[in-house]
Write a protein that binds this ligand. Structure first.
Ligand code: ATP
Length: 466
């Protein structure tokens, strides 16, 4: 009664897709007498460089077939469908002989070993090696195989690298407690590479009907049908949401070319499983964080349209390990960046002012290029905690209402006409375009694993993008 997991079967150029390979494996397992109880689509560290696109790994929970037979079926299907001609493709299969008839998601009674669950958690926030994966799989008696030709000298062509993701997909149910759904409709294989025929109007109507249970189907502001991929693979559309029946309903309401086959996956998409609390000045490279800070400079719009703003550690509100920070000045700063594709989200970032208190979510990168800042956080969303609402201004005369003039260095202000005086600058209210609460990138710029605000559970008011 095994868990059959697979990863790294696709290619940017040839355009296979691991969800499709997993779907074909599932069909063959069923043909061999197995019953596929669950399909898991697990997103791993989005910062891993050798991913094809979204760093996805797949796992099938099967009963009624033994592990050895399941392994043979999986390897055969991967050999047949994986884009093995791409030297960067490095497929891996892991089969764990564990009883999945019960509830593998139950944190106390899960048949998945704790160490494998821990590996899955690490796979979202670290860069792991095939050796670590193989060692752990061996330790627990899991079968594993490298399929295909990769295996060169550099790290990007290691043989069976897909075993990292596959093992993480095995561990995922015991590692994560928030699960969403994606219902994928596939094209006929011989149409792959040709333009997709999907009626965009029907996508928008179906998205409207399914919202908010079904989310990120479209981006209304840009008019993009987000559920229809651009890449050349076999997916016609993928409908994401919190309920399988609702996702299927939306998919069924979309008009377009013939749907060849469909599959519904449980996923960690839209859950923020990649984020952990952190402190500015204390963040690892290529990991996702949620950090608090104080805006330390005016936002700048750079060439190419991305917006940057410096944020310093907020000593009053550290989210990290609870240790008190030292001071903003020596606690380091972070350059928060909203890239051009995040569109209107950049206006929120541009509206920040020095002194605003914020919580930022995104991927941390250490000095990506020589002319880049040392520490960058690629923003996925942000919460405005406290806004600076006043600024020092020259006082106005209470008699005539005109601006007073300086009375000399350190001597305050006075009105030359009326003779009134004031000891110094006064606090003048500023018009702010932001309010306290959460803001996010639009659906068209969302990372798969990033949690959309519409799903709820945030600690302040939200303004979901749709
Ligand atoms: P697609 O989105 O089209 O399914 P992909 O983005 O998932 O493609 P893959 O071709 O599957 O990309 O490549 C990802 C590779 O990275 C796999 O070999 C996987 O095992 C490996 N990998 C995943 N997570 C990690 C990690 N945390 N550390 C190191 N390698 C990882």
């Amino acid at each position: 009664m095994p868990i059959v997991a697979v990863d790294d079967t696709d290619s940017r150029e040839r355009g296979m897709c691991t969800t499709y390979v997993a779907t074909r494996i599932a069909e063959r397992l069923a043909d061999a007498g197995g019953r596929v109880r669950r399909r898991l689509l697990v997103r791993l560290n989005p910062a891993v460089k050798h991913k094809t696109r979204g760093n996805a790994a797949l796992a099938l929970h099967v009963t009624g077939i033994d592990a050895e037979r399941a392994m043979n079926v999986a390897v055969e299907a991967v050999t047949e469908f994986a884009a093995a001609s791409d030297p960067r493709t490095s497929s891996g299969v892991v089969v764990a002989d564990r009883d999945v008839a019960g509830d593998p998601f139950d944190p106390t009674g899960s048949p998945i070993p704790d160490a494998v669950a821990a590996f899955a958690r690490r796979a979202l926030r670290e860069r792991l090696s095939v050796e670590t994966a193989v060692e752990l799989a061996d330790e627990h008696g899991f079968r594993h195989a490298a399929v295909g030709s990769a295996g060169g000298a550099d790290d990007d062509s290691v043989a069976g690298r897909g075993r990292i993701g596959a093992l993480a997909a095995v561990g995922a149910p015991a590692a994560f407690d928030d699960w969403t759904v994606e219902h994928i409709s596939y094209r006929e294989l011989d149409r792959c590479g040709t333009p997709r025929n999907v009626d965009v109007e029907s996508v928008f109507a179906a998205a409207e009907a399914g919202y908010p249970t079904v989310w990120d189907t479209v981006d209304r502001e840009t008019g993009t049908p987000v559920c229809v991929p651009n890449a050349p693979g076999p997916i016609l559309h993928g409908i994401r949401g919190d309920d399988a029946a609702a996702c299927r309903e939306v998919a069924a309401a979309i008009d377009g070319e013939v749907v060849d086959r469909t599959a519904t996956f449980l996923t960690n998409q839209g859950t923020d499983a990649h984020l952990a609390p952190g402190r500015i000045g204390d963040l690892r490279d290529a990991a996702g964080y949620r950090v608090s800070g104080v805006v330390a400079g005016a936002p700048e719009t750079k060439r190419g349209g991305h917006v940057r703003v410096d944020v310093a550690r907020d000593t009053d509100r550290d989210d990290g390990d609870g240790r008190a920070g030292t001071s903003s000045a020596d606690g380091g700063t972070l350059c928060a960046v909203a890239f051009a594709p995040t569109g209107r989200f950049r206006d929120r970032v541009r509206a920040l002012r020095p002194g605003d208190r914020v919580t930022l979510c995104g991927e941390h990168e250490v000095r990506p290029a020589a002319d880049e800042p040392d520490n960058t956080l690629k923003l996925e969303k942000l919460a405005v905690r406290d806004l600076v609402r006043t600024e020092p201004a020259v006082p106005t005369c209470p008699e005539c209402g005109r601006s007073m003039s300086s009375a000399g260095r350190g001597q305050g202000y006075r009105c030359r006409d009326c003779g009134t005086s004031a000891p110094g600058k006064v606090d003048a209210p500023i018009d702010r375009e932001l309010e306290e609460g959460w803001y996010e990138v639009p659906p068209s710029a969302r990372r798969h694993v990033s949690k959309p605000l519409v799903r709820g559970g945030f600690d302040a008011p939200t303004r979901p993008e749709r």
